[in-house]
Design a binder for this molecule. Structure first.
Ligand code: 13P
Ligand code: SF4
Length: 303
């Protein structure tokens, strides 16, 4: 039996002992996705975990995702297998910087992408995901919107709303790395393929794509499409599930550099160790949690 099989078996035993569930983001390594109870997008996973009676959540993703799980499930223990798995984009803003920016724009409402720390969520009027961002912005009474932290998603929203969007200059290294030239080259290599990209890509890349969607939206699009080939502009881990769900279709990553080193920092071995040691735990101070959950609840109230 291979090392991975042994680890997967040990994980099953520990899951029972600890009454734990394993969550894996679509960008996780294939062997982690294969043992997870739920594979999904960042916020959807936290919602699924909150709806279970598990006592322990092992979040195979990055730090802000584990925090979201802790915000929605304060009674559960949340573990992040690799504690240094952060999101560099989420780290491009903190609560203090946001407070100062709000003071400069007192009439603007603050919309923060779920890719933010709990402390930034707590300073925001409302949160959004990449799938509901335009709807969230349009639902607000304010005419001016501060959007944090992703400039590319912010500009994508600005193109699709009448409101003035003041964009925080954060970005995801992984998605922002993809240039229009690389994207066009990939299209020339696969002229039959439809192109689907995440809104964290540069505006000129999103503008040149057939479809722009969140991770869950991409999976739905390729499942429902009659096309047989797709060029995918998001983190490469998503190809594992795409291929599994659509064995008759072909998927090409828009660039070999579409890999998030933080997402890949979790391993099956670290996941097993997290359940053995019940560390590292991710917790959110109650005062911050209470405010952050309000920003998330406001988002969930929008139909
Ligand atoms: P989703 O919210 O679409 O899962 O994306 C998370 C993320 O980190 C994108 O880079
Ligand atoms: Fe953050 Fe980008 Fe990695 Fe997503 S892919 S976790 S936005 S660094």
């Amino acid at each position: 039996m291979s090392t991975l099989d042994n680890l997967a078996r040990r994980l099953q035993e520990l899951k029972q002992e600890r009454r734990a569930i394993i969550l894996a983001h679509y960008y996780q390594r294939a062997e982690i996705q294969d043992v997870a109870d739920f594979v999904g997008d960042s916020f959807g996973l936290s919602q699924q975990a909150a709806a279970t009676d598990a006592e322990v959540i092992v979040f195979c993703g990055v730090h802000f995702m584990a925090e979201s799980a802790a915000i929605l499930s304060p009674e559960k223990t949340v573990l992040l297998p690799e504690p240094r798995a952060g999101c560099p984009m989420a780290d491009m803003i903190d609560a203090e910087a946001l407070r100062a920016f709000k003071a400069q724009n007192p009439d603007a409402a603050v919309v923060s992408y779920v890719n933010t720390s709990a402390a930034v969520k707590a300073e925001s009027d409302i949160c959004c995901t990449s799938s509901n961002a335009i709807k969230v912005v349009n639902s607000l009474d304010a005419k001016r919107i501060i959007f944090t932290p992703d400039r590319n998603l912010g500009r994508y929203i600005a193109r699709n709303t009448d409101k003035e969007v003041i964009v925080w200059e954060g970005y995801c290294h992984t998605h922002d790395h993809l240039t229009l030239e690389q994207f066009e080259q990939k299209k020339r290599e696969h002229p039959q393929a439809l192109t689907v990209v995440h809104p964290e890509c540069r505006p000129e890349v999103s503008a040149a794509a057939d479809h722009v969607a969140s991770t869950a939206g991409m999976l739905k699009f390729v499942r429902e499409s009659d096309a047989k080939e797709f060029i995918i502009g998001t983190e490469g881990g998503i190809l594992h599930l795409m291929q599994k769900q659509n064995p008759d279709k072909r998927f090409y990553l828009a660039s070999p550099d579409l890999i998030c080193p933080n997402m890949k920092a979790n391993t099956l071995e670290k996941t097993v160790r997290a359940l053995e040691t019940m560390e590292p735990k991710i917790a959110v101070p109650e005062e911050i949690r209470r405010k952050a959950v309000q920003a998330l609840d406001r988002m969930l109230a929008i139909k």
